[in-house]
Design a protein. Sequence first.
Length: 343
Amino acid sequence: MIKMTMLSHVDVGIAIISALVSSDAAAVNLPPMSAVPAYHASSRFQIQIPKDLFRVEGYDHREALFGVPPYGGSIAQQVYYADDTLCDSDVDKRKGYPIRPNLDDGKMGPWEPPYILMVDRGDCTFVHKARNAQKAGAAGVLISDNTCLCSNAEICTPLSDGDPCEQFEPVMADDGSGSDITIPTFLLFKQDADAIREVLMSENGNIVQAEMAWNIPRPDDRVEYKFWTVPTEHISKNFQKTFRDAAVQLGDSAYFTPHFFVYDGILNRCHGTTGNQCFTMCTNAGRYCAVDPDNHLDRGISGADVVRESLRRICIWKYYGKDGIGETVGLFFLTFFLRFVMA
């Protein structure tokens, strides 16, 4: 139960932050962002064999938002290329590359577990691919991207001349059914996946040995976790009510950080020399943007309103949440969220 004294702190805090942060769009000043946001990975992908594919800094990749990575550990296994999108649950483990010797029935031998399976992007969700790979006995999954990123146009070869590049990276999100996935999944960018696949598909049937590894940045007895949301969130409101009580009980054993989805206006071409190119969806001349929650650019709550509200909540967290989440911070912050959801 929330004590009345706690609610009074909430009200005072809201008044303080509202006074500190102007609602005027011109007054919303967020830290400058680079044109391409940096990606801070907690994992590493490396090719150990053959030596020609080894890279000192490892391979750039993206982790799936599902699965259970062995944090603090690694998976080092032979890589098989399925030569398939793996959307069919009836996985044929006797196809793909590298080429293996035929068995007595005249067909190529199956993939020998444990192994890491490379599959093609497309035709179904990332979760679906990972689930089928897991059922087939894979210890990890590599998704081979089939489209060049525009930012990699100089080093990436499209499937065919004239194929458009992709401006934004694909996000390996959970489709809502990924709770049964226990193996990790990485996305490899097309130019890197092409190089690995070329070796696997060579006539010599070369073996590729890869390592998927995960570090623990600051190993200690405290769990650190993040909560991503938007001020207009309604669907997860019941979850937040339950989450609040659990978060408070964790006390100093956990460190909580909220994050808000705000789009980069430069990458979305909303920021221009003549001002905002995306109407009411952005602030700061199109620099920071959010999706219009009611799909009406000329009325109701705008994307710019969402950006400003996100900034207010970030300020509240920076003011009250410097020490992570204890009882006071937890009740204040999560109560604020639940009481003030933008309609």
